[in-house]
Design a protein. Sequence first.
Length: 157
Amino acid sequence: MTRRTLLMPVAALAVAGAVALPITAGSAQSGPRTFTVTNGKETMFLDDVAPRTLKRGRLTMGDRIVSTQNVKIDGKVAGTLQFDTTITNRKPQPWSRFTAMLRSTLVLKDGELFGVGYVDAARGKERATIVGGTGAYSGATGTVVGSENGAVITLGS
């Protein structure tokens, strides 16, 4: 397997909002709550597996994006988001048309949230499901709808 490593800021990539899974720190959920968050500074690793197409601005099945970034709520850093995204296109696609599966962990001072999701850049779909949590977020469930610069998160009761 051939690997290619690049470190770059997320602002240069269309995947920026696709993986945001943040929420404010707080106590266990008592009813549905909705939060709007924005992405902060990010460090990213790209794994360009064969066929190597990243130099030509294309992503292919099996390419991976692994990242860590600060997440902001009301302009203040609220936690750190870590994600691992696997590209699922059958044929090479540009950043504007890739599809991917993702796994996310949001680390907050009082617990973590875990999520899985799907990205379809061509259709503008960036969705994830919160599948659990620890600490104050033990048993958390909910949804995430991403945008280019952040996400809207809704936690269930």
